[in-house]
Design a protein around this ligand. Structure first.
Ligand SMILES: C[S@@+](CC[C@H](N)C(=O)[O-])C[C@H]1O[C@@H](n2cnc3c(N)ncnc32)[C@H](O)[C@@H]1O
Length: 191
């Protein structure tokens, strides 16, 4: 019983602690709305707040999102239904097991948002896997790039990758582009 209590979390607490803040949710919406990716992959659905901001940015995009916790995923699914957003496909599973399987469904990825398992080793492993699906116009967004020294080191390693042409550090979020033939540039932006 004690353990059961300890494992219980209020939805409001999850929303407050893990969901993207409206200010950055709006930024995600704008990225998608501006670049109009045809496909979107998100790692870390939680309650589906960031998923909804991005899905709303292009209602014609096909949005795939992955969440490891089945109970949280159920709430996300009901949020998608309540808002009548139909371009989202939610997979329940551990990234470590299902990411490589899900990636087989994509020839290339246009837009990726990585917001789960904020450890350096895991973040870099997911990045390397997803990198196989990159094209000249792909955009990857990482949340919490300075959440810990581990994440800052992961971000440093990501932006130093040879395939990354441009990186934007919004402190909360990091965005990378892969345009070939462009001189490598890195900007820190105040948002
Ligand atoms: C920061 S929350 C995502 C918040 C969401 N993107 C938003 O802003 O609305 C991270 C989510 O990733 C999930 N997660 C963490 N590690 C995972 C893993 N290895 N496999 C699958 N899901 C994982 C957690 O259960 C959690 O719901």
């Amino acid at each position: 019983m004690e353990n059961e209590q300890a494992n219980k979390r209020k939805v409001s607490t999850i929303a407050k602690r893990t969901s993207i803040a409206p200010r950055y949710g709006k930024l995600l919406f704008r990225f998608v709305n501006y670049f109009q990716p045809n496909n979107i992959l998100e790692l870390g659905t939680s309650l589906g707040i960031s998923t909804l901001y991005q899905a709303a940015g292009n209602l014609n995009a096909s949005v795939t999102t992955i969440e490891g916790c089945p109970n949280i995923a159920k709430i996300a699914e009901s949020n998608f239904e309540a808002l009548n957003i139909e371009n989202i496909s939610l997979h329940v599973g551990n990234f470590d097991e299902c990411l490589s399987v899900i990636l087989k469904d994509f020839e290339k990825l246009d837009y990726v948002f990585i917001d789960g398992n904020h450890q350096m080793e895991a973040t870099l492993r997911y990045f390397e896997l997803i990198l196989e699906k990159v094209h000249d116009g792909s955009i990857f967004v990482f949340d919490d790039i300075h959440w810990s020294s581990d994440m800052s080191n992961a971000w440093k390693s990501i932006i130093n990758n040879k395939q990354v042409s441009l990186s934007l550090d919004f402190y909360q979020l990091g965005v990378i582009f892969f345009r070939k033939g462009q001189a490598k540039e890195h900007f820190k932006l105040w948002y």
